[in-house]
Each structure stands twice: as structure tokens, then as C-alpha cells.
Write a protein that binds this ligand. Structure first.
Ligand SMILES: Nc1ncnc2c1ncn2[C@@H]1O[C@H](COP(=O)(O)OP(=O)(O)OP(=O)(O)O)[C@@H](O)[C@H]1O
Ligand SMILES: [Mg+2]
Length: 359
């Protein structure tokens, strides 16, 4: 019986992030890194997070895991609930139990989570035994199973290797094995393939997709690359300047983007269907640096759809329709929302600017 039919629908989500606000403070200066981020995540779901460098993708995840650099980084407001349990106020000792066994993270650079001076065997066994009461032998068998699951050939002899003896792609697989060792309910993959070449990238993404589908793991997949998310994510949060500025099902977001920034991002990636005429257009300008408290819409300076009002008032994230289609709701929280006073019309998407007479 599947989980969906076995359990009555409960109001609670696996993970609920509400109004999460993170600041960095040092020498009297503040960085407004995350400014009121809210989203839900359910079991078996893959949530993609996209946005340019510095928009708060990693800081959001570090805040969820209680791993903000100390003492500069702080959750100043908002909450993170894992099955209804508040994480932002947990003591470090409690958080350590949550990390790994309930929420695991895969980083961009495997060397940040692999210890270079320990054999893979020691690291995997240590991870397993730190959280589970099992013998070394049982942990070792589990380690072998995990390496097989992530496609490492000759796992028995590979266990004896050190991280530097693996290629980049293989190290990434080992890191995924480490993250999956305790069967976490949530996997956060922050740019898991950025450092890899394209073929290996595809293999690792494939592996992630298969493993999360088999285990019903909920995944947060962060990448600046919307193209990667097209084949992986059920829903996408587009972030800009520390906020989610548009969110919807992957299908809906690609077909009917409404926020000017999302439209810009989509125009700046290669078309997946390889259709001709797809000239890549980078978004002009740069995201604001986050040292000043945001006033108005953060995308104002770069936006072709901007109106006077946008400079003064920050648009709230509100439900929006697809422009030509009715609102799409295909699951918990999967409605289409955007934070824009002057959303892009369907006919304007291809041009990347407002139709004449609309400005
Ligand atoms: N330790 C820190 N101290 C001060 N500011 C920080 C710190 N870490 C991150 N920031 C700032 O927080 C903001 C969000 O950074 P974050 O790392 O979340 O961006 P990102 O979306 O993950 O970018 P990228 O795609 O480059 O990984 C940025 O303005 C960044 O400069
Ligand atoms: Mg990052």
C-alpha cells in the first residue's frame, strides 16, 4: 500500500519553513541574506531552488540545518518545522541528531563533507555507528550496500580507498552514499553537480532521481541552472535577493512564467528541446548587494516591467494564474505564486519585454 492511500491526509507537511529571515552581522554591518522565505516540502517530493549567485539559496538551507556560520549568522525571524517540531530553537546536541538521520545535505564540493585523511570505510562506518546501535560488521555491510546503490564498482576494495583516490564523480557518489546512510527523510542537495563535467553530472542526477524515488525521500535541489531542474523537480522556488519571488510546479513555471526575473532566467538558459531561434539572453545588470535593508521590489533596477509603485512597495507573493490557463494545483502547496505588481503576460515571454502600450 502506498503511503498516500495508507495514511489519512494530515494538515502538516514534512517540512514547513515560514517567514525565515537570516542576517549576517559583523562590525556594525548587516547582510540581509534571507528575507522572509516560506515553503512546504512533502515526502517524495523534489523541490527545486533556482536563482543567481548570492540570492540566498545556500544560506536558507544552512539555516534549516542550524549550520549558519557563527557568530555572524542568525535566524532573526521565522520558523523551520520538521513534522511540526521547531528546529530553529533546538540545542546543538539535538540538532546534530536531526542532521544526518533526518535531514542530510550534499554539498557542491565533496571534500567539505569527506575527511581527506580517513578511508571511505572509516567514514561510512563512523557515520552509521554514530547514529545507529549496530556492530562494526553490520555497519560495514551497510556501507557496501550503499556503495553498490550509488554505482561504485568493487565496493569492497573501494572501501579501503581515501577520498583523493576517487575521481570527482566518484567522490560525489560516495558523498551521496554518506548522505543516504541513515535514510534521511529529507535530502538537501546544494549544487551537487556543478563541479562535475556534463556526462558525470547527468549520471549523478540520474542516481539522485532514482534513489529519492525508491526511498520516498523529500529532496531540496539547489542549482543556479533551471535546465537541470526541468528534469528533476516537481516544483520550483525561484529566489532573488533573499526572497522567493515565484513558485509553481515545474511544468507551470516553464510554460507560464509570470515574474520578470523568472522570464529572464528562462531566456538565459539553452532550450531543452533544442529548438532553434533560442538565442541566449543574459539578464542585464546585477542583483543588489544585500547590505541595505530592501525597499520596494529588489528586481526593480533590472526590470523591464517595472512601475513607479515597485520602487516603493515590496510586492507580496500571491497566487497567480498562468496567464492563459487556469490556476494549476497538482498537489499540496503546488499553486502558482509570484511576487509582482505587473506580471508578465504570456505573449510577452518570448520577447522578454512588455508589449507596446503596456508601460
Ligand atoms: N558568512 C557570511 N557572512 C556574511 N555574508 C554572507 C555569509 N555567507 C553568505 N553571505 C551572504 O548572504 C547572501 C546569500 O548567500 P548564499 O550563499 O545563500 O547565496 P547562493 O544563492 O547560495 O549563491 P551561489 O549560487 O553563489 O551559491 C549573499 O549576499 C552572501 O554574500
Ligand atoms: Mg550557494
Amino acid at each position: 500500500m502506498t503511503e498516500k492511500s495508507a495514511t489519512p491526509v494530515s494538515a502538516g507537511h514534512l517540512l514547513t519553513v515560514s517567514d525565515l529571515t537570516v542576517r549576517f552581522r559583523s562590525h556594525g554591518e548587516a547582510v540581509y541574506a534571507v528575507n522572509g522565505v516560506s515553503f512546504d516540502l512533502d515526502a517524495g517530493e523534489t523541490l527545486g531552488v533556482a536563482g543567481e549567485s548570492g540570492c540566498g539559496k545556500s544560506v536558507t538551507n544552512l539555516a534549516i540545518l542550524g549550520l549558519l556560520p557563527q557568530p555572524a549568522g542568525r535566524v532573526e525571524a521565522g520558523s523551520v518545522q520538521l513534522s511540526g517540531r521547531e528546529l530553529t530553537t533546538l540545542r546543538e546536541e539535538e540538532l546534530r541528531k536531526v542532521r544526518g538521520s533526518e535531514i542530510a545535505m550534499i554539498f557542491q564540493d565533496p571534500m567539505t563533507s569527506l575527511n581527506p585523511v580517513l578511508r571511505i570505510e572509516e567514514q561510512l562506518i563512523e557515520t552509521i555507528r554514530a547514529h545507529r546501535d549496530v556492530t562494526v560488521q553490520a555497519a560495514r555491510e551497510r556501507a557496501i550496500e550503499l556503495l553498490v546503490a550509488v554505482g561504485v564498482a568493487n565496493p569492497e576494495s573501494r572501501l579501503r580507498s581515501y577520498p583523493h583516490e576517487f575521481s570527482g564523480g566518484m567522490r560525489q557518489r560516495v558523498m551521496i552514499a554518506m548522505a543516504l546512510a541513515l535514510e534521511p527523510r529529507i535530502l538537501i542537495a546544494d549544487e551537487p553537480t556543478t563541479a562535475l563535467d556534463v556526462t558525470i553530472q547527468a549520471q549523478v542526477l540520474d542516481l539522485l532521481r532514482r534513489l529519492t524515488a525508491e526511498r520516498g525521500t523529500a529532496t531540496i535541489l539547489v542549482t543556479h541552472d533551471l535546465g537541470v531542474l526541468a528534469g528533476m523537480a516537481d516544483r520550483i522556488n525561484v529566489m532573488y535577493a533573499g526572497k522567493v519571488i515565484e513558485s509553481g510546479t515545474t511544468e507551470e513555471l516553464f510554460a507560464h512564467p509570470r515574474h520578470p526575473y523568472t522570464v529572464g532566467l528562462l531566456r538565459s538558459i539553452p532550450r531543452l528541446d533544442g529548438e532553434a531561434g533560442g538565442k541566449l539572453v543574459p539578464i542585464e545588470g546585477r542583483p543588489p548587494d544585500l547590505v541595505a535593508e530592501p525597499v520596494g521590489c529588489s528586481f526593480y533596477a533590472r526590470c523591464a516591467w517595472r512601475q513607479e509603485r515597485c520602487a516603493l512597495e515590496a510586492p507580496a507573493l500571491v497566487q497567480i494564474d498562468g496567464g492563459t490557463q487556469p490556476i494549476v494545483t497538482t498537489g499540496a502547496g503546488a499553486t502558482h505564486v509570484a511576487a509582482c505588481f505587473n506580471p508578465v503576460a504570456q505573449a510577452e515571454v518570448a520577447e522578454g519585454r512588455p508589449a507596446a502600450g503596456r508601460r
